[in-house]
Design a protein around this ligand. Structure first.
Ligand code: B12
Ligand code: SF4
Ligand code: SF4
Length: 459
């Protein structure tokens, strides 16, 4: 999800690229992967005012957008031949489809004029928590032209990761672990980056243009750019929602010096719906369209490196890595089809893992179990911190043993949550252990967990 630390992958200009040419052209003639789903579109269940049928003619045809282009919109576009630009875009779209993207559309480099002010307001409110990397290179993040002066057009692409079944069903099994849908599979960064390079390679070869590809790897605001390109709109949960594919889309971006005709931006179709806001277990939305990441379970369980605030722990439930609640309840998901991309196939062995088994993982076992998935990024200690919070929330006294086994763990993050979970599940047993634990504990945060139960033993 968040891989700011990586170096952006870049492709050199066409002339320098080996292997571009006829081989690349052949891939464009592969058959399409997507069915025509225009007939399945119907008015939004929650919001007749903003129903799909009203707008459907603009989207008629295959769900993969290849419709005729709007009239030229700026001087830059006028410089290029419309037919050449359209053909180039068509080729890019077809290559994207053959690489498994369900949508690829174009925004101009100046398409998100509100972004600087909105990003700054979000940062000023402190919503980024300890993701301090979001405070760096703010100008480049909010304006693509500040990141790369030569960028003229941005191709935004979406890859579907929807699954069959109800992703929230696991929340009814409190002794099992809920791992977010995006993370129970190969890391999408690894999969998408290669595919973006393939699409960008074609663009570079055909246009003689420079390209840069991004998937969470640089200061790029992917959601506003995707909205500007018309892939969807930022819903009240702030994630991009597509009328065709719902909320389960990974995003990727190709910046290019080529001038491509821009697509029409998408408009907001949330209407009066507020399902995503109401379901949030930790009340992370101070207002519609604004997320306080410090309260979001995705941030707490994946990004946050320290102890998790005691007041937020109960809301985490059994979500040990990420959270899908606000995405899963969106009514626009009813149009989504299960993902087809085999390289992103769900790993069945990561479904409904027993918390008791996860609590036993040492570092090598953690790495082995989650190799190649996004989960490995947290490292064993933070992951076990999350597992212990889930154990503490389980209401299952038989899991107290798993917590007790970790009160002496080498990691203070783990010791603290082992104490918390034990106190929740077996307070009498915790009381018996508290004095000895406090006497030998060197970490103030861990001591605080024990002292919450027995303040008198502080002396
Ligand atoms: C930082 C980050 C996080 C943070 C912060 C999330 C956030 N909402 O910003 C945390 C760790 C919490 C997070 C969680 C998740 N993430 Co994340 N994350 C990112 C990252 C790296 C940057 C996002 C960013 O710039 N945030 C900063 C804020 C300022 O941006 P913003 O949300 O767009 O804020 C806008 C609104 O506030 C809006 N706004 C303000 N006021 C108003 C008023 C109105 C009326 C309107 C219309 C708008 C509006 O303006 C702001 C600027 O556009 C992107 C990748 C990327 N480089 O873009 C992935 C990304 C957004 N994450 C993604 C995913 C999948 C997730 C999770 C679903 C993972 C999970 N299951 O656990 C959750 C979703 C939680 C949620 N509800 O957002 C995907 C989303 C794909 C999509 N379809 O949109 C992305 C795009 C990664 C990718 N390449 O696919 N993520
Ligand atoms: S991902 Fe979960 S915790 Fe985060 S905003 Fe959505 S529902 Fe709330
Ligand atoms: S669930 Fe949220 S994002 Fe989806 S339509 Fe309702 S308000 Fe919009």
């Amino acid at each position: 999800m968040v891989r700011e630390d990586q170096i952006p992958a870049e492709l050199p200009a066409a002339a320098e690229r080996p292997g571009a040419g006829h081989g690349a052209e052949r891939a464009l003639r592969q058959p399409g992967l997507l069915k025509d789903r225009a007939a399945t579109l119907s008015p939004h269940p929650e919001e007749p005012r903003s129903g799909v049928s009203k707008d459907a003619p603009a989207r008629a045809g295959a769900s993969f957008e290849t419709q005729a282009l709007p009239a030229p919109q700026d001087e830059g576009w006028r410089k290029a031949s419309p037919s050449r630009g359209e053909k180039l875009k068509q080729a890019v779209v077809e290559r994207a489809r053959s690489e498994g993207f369900v949508v690829a559309r174009v925004a101009s480099a100046d398409a998100i004029p509100d972004a600087p002010q909105r990003l700054q307001a979000w940062l000023d409110a402190g919503y980024q928590g300890d993701m301090s990397w979001l405070e760096e290179r703010v100008a480049e993040r909010a304006d693509p032209r500040a990141l790369w002066g030569e960028v003229r057009s941005i191709v935004m692409l979406g890859m579907n990761y929807a699954a069959e079944g109800d992703p929230l069903a696991i929340l009814n099994e409190p002794d099992k672990a809920s791992i977010s849908l995006y993370a129970r599979r190969r890391d999408y960064h690894d999969v998408i980056k290669g595919k973006l390079k393939s699409v960008a390679g074609l663009l570079a070869a055909r246009a003689g243009a420079d390209v840069k590809v991004f998937v969470d790897t640089a200061p790029v605001m992917e959601k506003p750019l995707a909205e500007a390109a018309g892939l969807g709109w930022q819903g009240k949960h702030t994630v991009l929602v597509s009328r065709e594919h719902g909320s389960w889309l990974f995003l990727g971006a190709i910046y290019t010096s080529a001038e491509l005709p821009p697509d029409v931006p998408e408009t907001d179709h949330c209407g009066s719906c507020r399902r995503c806001l109401d379901i949030c277990p930790t009340d992370a939305f101070p207002a519609p369209y604004q997320l306080d990441a410090r309260r979001c379970i995705a941030y707490l369980t994946i990004e946050h490196q320290g102890h998790i605030d005691a007041a937020l722990r109960p809301g985490i439930g059994n979500r040990v890595f990420g959270c899908d609640d606000c995405l899963a309840v969106c009514p626009w998901n009813k149009f989504a089809e299960a993902a087809q991309e085999t390289r992103l196939a769900l790993r069945g062995e990561l479904d409904a893992l027993p918390l008791a088994e996860l609590a036993k993982l040492d570092d090598p076992a953690f790495r082995a179990l989650f190799a190649g998935t996004p989960v490995k990024r947290t490292g064993r200690d933070r992951f076990i911190r999350n597992v212990l919070i889930a154990i503490g929330n389980s209401g299952r006294p038989e899991l107290a043993e798993s917590a007790a086994a970790l009160v002496g763990d080498a990691s203070p993050l783990v010791r603290a949550m082992a104490a918390w979970a034990l106190i929740r599940l077996e307070p009498d047993e915790a009381r018996r252990r508290a004095a000895a634990a406090v006497a030998t504990e060197s970490d103030d945060d861990v001591r605080r967990e024990w002292l919450a139960l027995e303040p008198d033993i502080a002396a």
